[in-house]
Design a protein around this ligand. Structure first.
Ligand code: 1GP
Length: 253
């Protein structure tokens, strides 16, 4: 079964919860353990990636170890061409649509394409939209994004509609890892309203409690991502369990 089919099948039942493992933050040795605990807590997939410090041989061996540690899909969430590993199941093939730099919109995708073909990685075409306060995070700064403003949800909706028309299968609304506040509910709602049921909407960045995760789902997120929280808690499994229980018992909008 493809990762895409797995995700679609699950989405028919309930919203999904992805745990982002950034090996540069968890520590490369810890990453497989964190991924395993996340799986046991009920995560639907593991995203592996980070904006800086996630590349090369050490990324490869870590993705391989994560792949061996869990049964759920391991999906790359690369910050650049260097964030690719053949040991993953799939890749969020992301285009940062609201970047000022064409490299992050189409350049990196072109440079990565031949190696992705060689590796046979499953491709999940994903529009990446950085919203406020993404400017204060590594993804926004490195990606040279013009963060979509909270006060104008219609702008985010416009970009999302463009993403739908271009043919992306996922739209990732991102406040940035460690953001001081998450993607605004009004942005999530405006995007959902503009695009209808498809593409699926992922929301991440700055989500630290199950209550906030639930809000994002209620306003229209199909998938919620948390990263930082698993880096700072003592008990990853318990924390992930609290998020997954709330997200899985919600209904998709
Ligand atoms: C970052 O959306 C993810 O790309 C997760 O963000 O680390 O703030 O949970 P946090």
């Amino acid at each position: 079964m493809t990762v895409w089919n797995y995700l679609e099948e699950k989405l028919e039942k309930h919203p999904l919860y992805f745990v982002l493992v950034d090996p540069d933050e968890t520590g490369y040795d810890e990453a497989p353990k964190v991924a395993y605990e996340a799986q046991e807590g009920g995560a639907d997939a593991i995203l592996v990636g980070g904006t800086v410090g996630v590349q090369g041989e050490v990324l490869d061996s870590t993705v391989k170890a994560i792949r061996e540690a869990v049964d759920i899909p391991v999906i790359l969430f690369p910050g650049d061409i260097s964030g690719i590993s053949k040991y993953a199941d799939a890749i969020l093939y992301i285009s940062l649509l609201n970047s000022r730099n064409p490299y992050y919109i189409s350049g990196v995708q072109a440079l990565a394409a031949p190696i992705l073909l060689r590796y046979g990685l499953e491709i999940i075409p994903t529009a990446y939209l950085i919203t406020e306060p993404g400017q204060e995070t590594a993804a926004g700064w490195v990606g040279d994004a013009r963060p979509l403003p909270r006060r104008k949800p219609s702008l985010a909706a416009t970009y999302a509609l463009a993403a739908k028309f271009i043919g992306f299968k996922m739209i990732y609304l991102e406040a940035g890892s460690g953001a001081s506040y998450p993607v605004d509910n009004k942005i999530v709602a405006a995007v959902r309203k503009a695009i209808g049921e498809f593409p699926y909407v992922i929301v991440g960045g700055g989500i630290r409690t199950p209550e906030v995760a639930l809000e994002k789902v209620k306003y229209g997120a199909d998938v919620v991502v948390t990263g930082t929280i698993v880096e700072i808690v003592d008990n990853v499994r318990d924390t992930v369990q609290k998020f997954s229980a709330v997200i899985h018992s919600a209904r998709r909008k």
